[in-house]
Design a protein around this ligand. Structure first.
Ligand SMILES: [Zn+2]
Length: 455
């Protein structure tokens, strides 16, 4: 082994590769140094479990599944366990798996995942990217529930006075810790707490419903974050971050929107820094397939997308300004205006989207504040209040907010009857009875009657 290593080092790179190619051509295994498995991590998502193996070199592997009991077996070729490899941590109580164990098998190392249900495995390798070396990722998917053969023929209720849906996205997660602060502070943890608190605040507001894009410590790829928002019919998407900068003195919150394609303004140092941190998420978090960057390519689609983008960007700015105004009351701002940047997660041309940097986790005093429950609640309330202000001023059609904004107040005059008032306003009398919680048709002079528009 040692001899081979010395020999490789002496050989020129080209010659080394030639030797490797030749030996594989002649089916000689090159006498390579054994790989070392240094760590195992597990992240549980609602629909899958991600097992990550850290190795010193690219891992060659085979895998198979067994039933009765359910197991997934991964054989790592020419691999030995590192001295610090621990299994105990990963056998904590998990929903889908009972535990993970490992054993040496000749030159190879076998990993056995003991599953609670039949899981399908999808392994893939990730190249080194700071802070990780070579990773072998094994995604385990739960069996998909079979849809009933006959779909329920119930007609969908017409959306009327529906809630405004706000998708709250906690940045990073799972393999991607996000920015790191002093004393092992991780952005992914801080922003998940702030996101959950923001969702709570939004759910308290009448006419609003929050949807959390990430609910725990697992990674969701950038493209899927907005896809989930769209699937949930979100009226607005808010991505929450707490990033780092190379100068720890930098502090304060900021709000960002999608930057227009044609904008060739020079990016600031900070902007480049933040965008890079956010956009390399997929590589650190681990996405197993190539990412399609431009989905909207045909000319007609492009025109539609561009015109909607202008509207969406204008309204994203208005929403962002409202959030910023409210955040100013609870924290200092890094930027007093909404800024445009090429954040990949703000990729939907059809959903009002903002990215909120709640502060800099790289600033020691701000990191401390970001970890405090009281400060998290203040931030969450400010974000929710800003969203509330924007949405009440610009209610999407057929929502409760729109109905409330457009309803009229009518004061009953002598001689008025309910049916007459209803006729005059072109609404059914029953709608007035319902809206005003009347027990009969009797009304009195001077009484205020709410008249919903489009009832
Ligand atoms: Zn971030």
């Amino acid at each position: 082994m040692l001899g081979a290593r010395t020999e490789n080092n002496v050989m020129s790179t080209t010659l080394f590769y030639q030797v490797v190619v030749l030996s594989s051509l002649f089916l000689f295994a090159p006498n390579v140094r054994a790989n070392v498995l240094d760590g195992i991590r597990v992240h549980e998502a609602p629909d899958s479990i991600r097992v990550v193996l850290d190795a010193r070199q690219e891992t060659q592997y085979t895998y198979f599944a067994l039933d009765n009991p359910y197991r997934i077996v991964i054989d790592l070729k020419n691999t030995r366990p590192g001295r610090k490899l621990v299994f105990s941590k990963v056998s904590e109580v998990l929903t889908g798996i009972k535990g993970i164990r490992g054993a040496e098998r000749g030159k190879d190392y076998r990993i056995v995942i003991d599953a609670k249900v039949s899981l399908s495995a999808k392994p893939f390798k990730l190249r080194p990217i700071n802070p990780y070396g070579h990773r072998l990722v094994v995604d385990l998917f739960y069996p998909t529930k079979k849809k009933p053969a006959v779909a329920a023929a119930k007609p969908r209720p017409k959306a009327k006075n529906r809630d405004v849906v706000i998708a709250i996205d906690a940045g990073h997660g799972g393999e991607d810790p996000g920015a790191l602060g002093p004393r092992k502070a991780q952005e992914k943890k801080v922003v998940l707490r702030i996101a959950k608190r923001t969702a709570d605040q939004i759910n308290r507001m009448k006419g609003f419903k929050a949807v959390l894009i990430r609910k725990g410590d697992y990674y969701v790829k950038l493209e899927d974050r907005t896809k989930l928002a769209a699937q949930n019919k979100a009226d607005m998407f808010v991505s929450i971050h707490a990033d780092a900068f190379k100068q720890s003195s930098v502090s304060g919150a900021s709000v960002w929107i999608r930057r227009s394609e044609g904008d060739d303004r020079q990016e600031s140092d900070l902007e480049r820094f933040l965008v890079r941190q956010a956009n390399q998420s997929d590589m650190i978090g681990g996405v197993g397939e190539t990412i399609k960057l431009s989905k909207y390519t045909t000319p007609v689609q492009k025109i539609i997308v561009e015109s909607s983008t202008i509207f969406v960007r204008e309204h994203s700015r208005l929403a962002g300004e409202a959030v910023l105004r409210n955040m100013q009351k609870v924290t200092n701002l890094h930027k007093k205006e909404v800024t445009e940047a090429r954040f990949r997660v703000l990729n939907r041309p059809d959903i009002i989207s903002i990215l909120v940097e709640t502060g800099f986790i790289s600033n020691p005093s701000e990191a401390k504040k970001l970890a405090q429950t009281q400060h998290q609640i203040k931030l969450a309330k400010a974000i929710a209040d800003g969203i509330g202000e924007y949405m009440r001023a610009n209610p999407p059609p057929s929502t409760f907010l729109a109905a409330r904004r457009t309803e009229l107040r009518y004061t009953v005059s002598p001689g008025d009857t309910l049916s007459e008032i209803a006729d005059r306003h072109g609404v059914p009398a029953a709608a007035l009875t319902r809206r005003n919680k009347l027990s009969s048709d009797r009304i009195r002079v001077g009484q205020t009657i709410f008249i919903p528009r489009g009832a």
